[in-house]
Design a protein around this ligand. Structure first.
Ligand SMILES: C[S@@+](CC[C@H](N)C(=O)[O-])C[C@H]1O[C@@H](n2cnc3c(N)ncnc32)[C@H](O)[C@@H]1O
Length: 311
């Protein structure tokens, strides 16, 4: 690891010097069509979680190349993407240049400095808190409580250490650290893991109220709210979110496919074997074509990672 890799900004800037690398860092596909598909899938979950309105002001922490902003910004009054990497923010700005009210800005640390107090209606942070130390996540959550208007909503996710598949993903990281040079600093952007209980504590101490949680998957998904002292409105929000749970929650099929993707990426199963297995699932759910497209793109990008199979 070079000295310039020892902070978030340098690390993520180095991963996004061009669009292809930026896309790779965001969803692992480096493929515009796959990025649009994975973005559409997650955006549907965000729509169900946040019910964003046309007149609402939205923000995103860790916007990357604007994978989710591209889906949701056109449906809102404004979208402000924020990212620690200047390169990511620039890529997101370019990609959303034609969308009125959309902008992306670079951050200097875990402060949402570009956003004024109580000005945002809704926000989200997807696949970003997993890449930082807990102190930084809590600092961001405090900032969320500052910038949301009272009653405003925020969605975020985190790797779920308490789920068997989440643990399996964590065990891979443990083994990687075990294989690495102990004299080297750990990658600041490595994957980190939390239990749902721990996240509930962070939310509460940041001054936010939890209105939705789904933890029955390798992800913990939470929707939190800036308190406004109106228990009736808070309970109505909870009821709406409960009704929307099937559309927000990471599904059992997603969990299964993700576990099987780990067999390819971590445990050496050949992509051709897995793709055949997944194609045999037919139309079991929208996750199947999503994972197929994603694995095909990953295989195309790195054919050398797997030996050719005998015909
Ligand atoms: C895996 S990508 C996800 C991007 C986007 N949320 C999405 O789902 O398409 C992680 C993003 O978080 C950003 N990021 C990493 N650490 C950060 C930090 N400490 N503060 C803000 N953004 C950060 C990275 O630059 C990168 O764009």
């Amino acid at each position: 690891m070079t000295p310039r890799d020892d902070n978030y900004k340098a690390t993520w800037n180095a991963r996004s010097t061009n669009l292809l690398d930026g896309m790779l860092a965001v969803d692992g596909s480096a493929d515009e069509a796959v990025l649009a598909r994975t973005g559409a899938y997650t955006a549907a979950q965000l729509r169900a979680a946040l019910a964003p309105g046309r007149d609402e002001h939205l923000f995103e922490i860790g916007c990357g190349v604007g994978r989710l902003g591209a889906q949701l910004a056109p449906e809102a009054a404004s979208w402000t993407g924020l990212d620690i990497a200047d390169n990511m923010a620039a890529l997101a700005r370019q990609r959303l240049a034609g969308v009125p009210g959309a902008t992306a800005l670079a951050l200097d640390g875990p402060r949402l400095a570009p956003l004024a107090d109580a000005t945002m209606d809704k926000g989200w942070c997807v696949a970003v808190f997993i890449h930082m130390d807990k102190e930084d996540m809590v600092l961001y959550l405090r900032e969320v409580a500052r910038v949301l208007r009272p009653g405003g909503l925020f969605y975020f996710d985190h790797w779920n250490l308490a789920h068997p598949v989440g643990w399996r993903r964590f065990a891979y990281e443990v083994d990687e650290v075990g294989r690495s040079d102990p004299a080297q600093r750990k990658d600041v952007a490595r994957n980190q893991f939390c239990t749902p209980e721990e996240l509930r504590l962070y939310v509460r101490h940041a001054g936010l109220e939890l209105v939705f949680e789904h933890s029955d998957s390798p992800w913990v998904q939470m929707v939190v709210r800036r308190p406004d002292g109106d228990a009736t409105r808070r309970d109505a929000e909870r009821a709406r979110l409960e009704a929307a749970r099937p559309a927000i929650a990471c599904t059992p099929l997603w969990t299964r496919l993700f576990a099987e993707a780990c067999e390819v990426l971590i445990e050496g199963v050949h992509p051709a074997t897995m793709l055949a297995r997944w194609r045999a699932l037919g139309d079991a759910g929208p996750e199947v074509p999503l994972f197929i497209a994603w694995l095909e793109a990953a295989w195309r990008r790195q054919p050398q990672s797997w030996p050719p199979q005998a015909a």
